[in-house]
Design a protein around this ligand. Structure first.
Ligand code: PEP
Length: 254
């Protein structure tokens, strides 16, 4: 029996205008307001332009708001970027670092993810650090080597259960409708837990490791029941309040 409180995290990616964010965050906020002592934490990560709208809709509820990325510098000549301090100032409490779409679309390396994660902590944010293998790497039997290297490189020294969440997201499962089987997922989550235990012995037992990759109401309970899965990072299904809420409810069956 572990004491890790499940985290249900929604990554809205580049979706929605302000009115959509108000409706979606407002709907989740209303459900949280109406549920006594939910057994999970919930955060949604809107596009930057909708953060203030989501913050306003979530006000007075347990719904937390996060960014989808941050720069590693506090400020400066970085056109188009946002610092962790700016996210904190906008009343975010989380930020996703190293999402596979950032790694692929923007060439983010483990070293960059490590620096962004440190910047997140410096601003008082909780970092959701993403790792995951491609299909080619899995087929070549390299999954644990790839994940091991990503966790080692992306997680800075000083990670704690309070300032960091890991998200294991097999790249081949993101947005594809394919999910890792429970065995595949637990194998990687257990491996990550062991790696964290070796490096952060005091913290690893309390660190949350989320699964991400086509998590839906129909598969969430089975995944979240596994020993080392402590919630989900959800993309597509996070845009539908009923689905996101249903996934959150499944975390209670742990
Ligand atoms: C994600 O973007 O992190 C994700 C897991 O997306 P999806 O749930 O749509 O696969």
């Amino acid at each position: 029996m572990n004491t890790r409180r499940p985290l249900i995290a929604g990554n809205w990616k580049m979706n929605g205008l302000a009115a959509d964010a108000a409706t979606l965050a407002g709907d989740l906020a209303k459900r949280l307001r109406g549920s006594h002592n939910p057994s999970f934490d919930m955060v949604v990560c809107p596009p930057y332009t909708n953060i203030s709208t989501a913050v306003e809709a979530a006000q007075g509820t347990a719904l937390a708001i996060g960014g989808q990325n941050c720069h590693d510098a506090e400020k400066g000549a970085h056109t188009g970027d946002i610092s962790a301090a700016m996210l904190a100032d906008a009343r975010c409490s989380y930020v996703i670092t190293g999402h596979s779409e950032r790694r692929t679309d923007h060439g983010e390396t483990d070293g960059m993810v490590n620096a962004k994660t440190r910047a997140a902590w410096a601003a008082g944010l909780i970092a959701i650090v993403c790792v995951g293998e491609t299909e080619t790497q899995r087929d070549a039997g390299q999954t644990l080597d790839v994940i091991g290297a990503q966790v080692a490189g992306s997680m800075p020294d000083g990670a704690t259960a309070a300032n960091t969440v890991i998200a294991y997201e097999p790249v081949w499962a993101i947005g594809t409708g394919r999910t890792a089987s429970p065995q595949e997922a637990q194998d990687v989550h257990g491996f990550i837990r062991q790696q964290l235990t070796d490096r952060f012995p005091e913290q690893a037992g309390g660190m949350r490791i989320l699964y991400g990759g086509s998590m839906k109401p129909g598969n969430a309970a089975q995944l979240m029941a596994l020993a080392d899965i402590d919630g989900g990072l959800i993309g597509g299904a996070a845009l539908i309040a009923d689905d996101f809420w249903a996934i959150a409810q499944s975390s209670g069956q742990k």
